[in-house]
Design a protein around this ligand. Structure first.
Ligand code: HEC
Length: 290
């Protein structure tokens, strides 16, 4: 499968320039003073107009929902998905006891089973958004263990197991009304999504809203709706499972912007916003992408 070769690629910049020209003439989707629920409904309306034949639940399949040829290849791969060994490892790691005899299960509601669809969560005590990856490391630290490195490896394996146990449940991210800081975090995430950055001056929205469904060199651009439903994901390009924030970093680098650190406030707020937009869609992680 072909991948976009971005580094030093004038072709890529030129493609972006063409896409950007289309954007200027098109839809300006930043919904300025709406609440999260209005934002979500507005977004669904936008995509319904662009992809009238697509069923809402199919958005979890990203580009495969809109590109039949790619979908056929993907369905072949999904017959025996390459993440299965990692999923097994994740299950073992999740149930392995820490040195103090406790385990991850002791840190989570419902002992961690079938809850991945409810993250990220607003943590009022900490006054910040806690992603599931961060929650795993907070659990380790509370039990005297060193945190795991983010992005890939063991943490991705454990996240895959946790996602698998929540498969089919609806994404259910809550922005508590009784704590205005939660809404502020959501708003910061939304601003991040629409902010132009990098040498190429593109926002997330430029590609995944305005240009969703269009081609960027060999890649079809997926709609933002549904993008947070299937993590961690086994990317053929990575040859392994990786987390949603690893993907954020990749997308930031594509426009030659400096990526933020894993679990930075910026990325946690972005994940809060992005996942809220997928509320109501089924959790389908882990999965496979190009
Ligand atoms: C220059 C265009 C571009 C920009 C800007 C961009 N992306 Fe992407 N993004 C892509 C491409 C290409 C892919 C791979 C094909 C696809 O799934 O859309 C991708 C994939 C993704 C995926 C995985 C989708 C899936 O189904 O697995 C996520 C999540 C994502 N981007 C989020 C973001 C976020 C958040 C931002 C802003 C920080 C962003 N992107 C900015 C081009 C872009």
């Amino acid at each position: 499968m072909r991948q976009t070769n971005i580094k030093g690629s004038r072709g890529f910049a030129a493609t972006l320039a063409v896409l950007a020209a289309g954007v200027a003439a098109g839809f300006a989707p930043y919904p300025a003073h709406a609440g999260p629920e209005q934002d979500r409904i507005h977004l669904i309306g936008f995509y319904e107009a662009r992809f009238p034949k697509l069923k809402l639940d199919d958005y979890v399949n990203g580009v495969y929902a809109i590109n039949p040829q790619m979908r056929a290849e993907w369905e072949q791969i999904m017959v025996f998905p390459p993440y299965l060994p990692a999923l097994d490892t994740g299950k073992k790691l999740f149930h392995t006891k820490f040195k103090n005899g406790r385990s991850y299960a002791d840190c989570f509601p419902h002992r961690g089973i079938g809850i991945a669809n409810t993250y990220p969560r607003w943590d009022a005590k900490r006054g910040e958004v806690v992603t599931l990856a961060l929650a795993l490391n907070l659990c380790r630290e509370a039990n005297g263990e060193k945190p795991l490195p983010y992005g890939k490896g063991k943490i991705a394996d454990i996240l895959a197991y946790m996602a698998e146990t929540a498969k089919g449940k609806k994404i259910h991210v809550v922005i508590p009304a009784n704590d205005p800081r939660a809404l502020e975090a959501y708003e910061r995430g939304k601003e991040f999504y629409y902010a132009r950055r990098g040498q190429l001056n593109f926002s997330c929205a430029s590609c995944h809203i305005q240009n969703a469904g269009r081609l960027i060199r060999a890649n079809t651009l997926s709609p933002m709706l549904g993008q947070a439903t299937h993590w961690p994901t086994y990317r053929l390009k990575w040859g392994a499972l990786g987390t949603l924030q690893r993907r954020f970093r990749g997308c930031n680098k594509q426009v030659r912007a400096k990526p933020f650190p894993f679990q930075s406030r910026e990325y946690r707020d972005l994940e809060y916003f992005l996942t809220y937009m997928s509320n109501g869609l089924p959790e389908v992680g882990p999965t496979v992408r190009q």
